[in-house]
Design a protein around this ligand. Sequence first.
Ligand SMILES: [Zn+2]
Length: 65
Amino acid sequence: MPQGGRGQGVGGGGQGQGKGRMGGRGLGPDGDCRCPQCGHTMPHQAGVPCYQQTCPKCGSKMVRP
Ligand SMILES: [Zn+2]
């Protein structure tokens, strides 16, 4: 999926962003953001990186699983 473009290298080793992945389905391992603190998951919002979202339960930054 197309990512914003700023904030390069925040996630560390994110090399797997091939550009064949357009289309906005929220399914699959890339479709959710996960909280590393409490394990809460929420749907990834298009255009908003997981690390810019915060967990509604504990307020931690979400990560991609
Ligand atoms: Zn949490």
